[in-house]
Design a binder for this molecule. Structure first.
Ligand SMILES: Nc1ncnc2c1ncn2[C@@H]1O[C@H](COP(=O)(O)OP(=O)(O)OP(=O)(O)O)[C@@H](O)[C@H]1O
Length: 251
């Protein structure tokens, strides 16, 4: 069953067609990678899933409900969480506080000091936040300020902030960008581990090692159009993909 259905989506910016008749079916429980050269339209497409952009034409349905015209916050509350290329964390708060904040936003939709002190002292919320920090390998750093973390740890923290919301669909925008090979491999292991929770994932990624380690399905975008789609092993040898993605180089 599809968790996300994209039908005939078009999006132009001042005459530039960034998305051209895009169709995509994301199966529940899958890891669906969207790859393609720079400027192919990957981020534009992702922005159409989270309410940051509205397609000119076409439909985007999540669990049968249209996401178009819905605020980013309402989409998030419906179960779609996004990990950004640049982590969106609160540097002046501890890791534990950072992981508790999305619980508040999810429940109340806005921040208030009174609600925060309730959340902060709620032992169930604290237990859950600690459990998730353990899952992402950051429990020992729970009381330090998030601003002092390494880049890799900041991305792990942002992932924890998404997981605490119990998303049904997790969007990962270049989850290993700028990481060392060791950190990349740790992140692959972590994403495989959280895969066991059954969360559907869409991954935009340039690093083919990450794509082929994680994805169950790959869609290839070029010039705003899906030019090929299938199992990762089939995409590796597809001449259209090699031509569009790497100018003929081998994946
Ligand atoms: N807000 C905008 N205004 C004008 N043009 C835009 C805007 N956003 C994207 N574009 C253009 O749309 C096209 C698709 O861009 P997009 O960022 O979606 O590609 P991408 O595949 O994510 O690229 P990259 O891999 O480099 O991040 C590009 O030509 C880009 O310059």
């Amino acid at each position: 069953m599809s968790i996300l259905s994209v039908n005939n989506v078009n999006k132009s910016f001042a005459g530039l067609k960034a998305l051209n008749q895009v169709n995509l079916e994301v199966e529940e429980g899958s890891v669906h990678a969207i790859i393609g050269p720079n400027g192919a339209g990957k981020s534009t497409l992702l922005n159409c899933f989270v309410g940051r952009l509205i397609p000119d034409t076409g439909t985007v349905n999540f669990l049968g409900q249209s996401l178009l015209g819905i605020t980013p916050h309402a989409i998030n509350q419906a179960g779609v969480a996004r990990v950004f290329q640049t982590p969106e964390i609160f540097g002046d708060l501890t890791l534990l506080e950072n992981v508790k904040i999305p619980t508040l936003a999810k429940r109340d939709g806005a921040f208030s000091l009174r609600a925060w002190s309730r959340i902060d002292q709620d032992s169930l919320v604290t237990d859950k936040a600690e459990h998730i920090l353990e899952d992402v390998g950051l429990i020992e750093k729970r009381d330090i300020l998030a601003g002092s973390l390494s880049r890799g740890d900041k991305r792990r923290l942002e992932l924890a902030m998404c997981l605490v919301q119990d998303p049904k669909l997790l969007l990962l925008d270049e989850p290993t960008a700028g990481m060392s090979r060791a950190d990349t491999n740790n992140t692959i292991d972590l994403l495989k581990r959280i895969g066991e929770r059954g969360i559907t994932k869409i991954v935009i990624e340039h690093d083919m090692h990450v794509v082929f380690s994680l994805a169950t399905k790959v869609s290839v975008l070029a010039q705003g159009t899906v030019i090929a789609e299938g199992a990762p092993e089939d995409m590796k040898g597809d001449p259209r993909v090699q031509e569009a993605y790497l100018g003929g180089a081998h994946l």
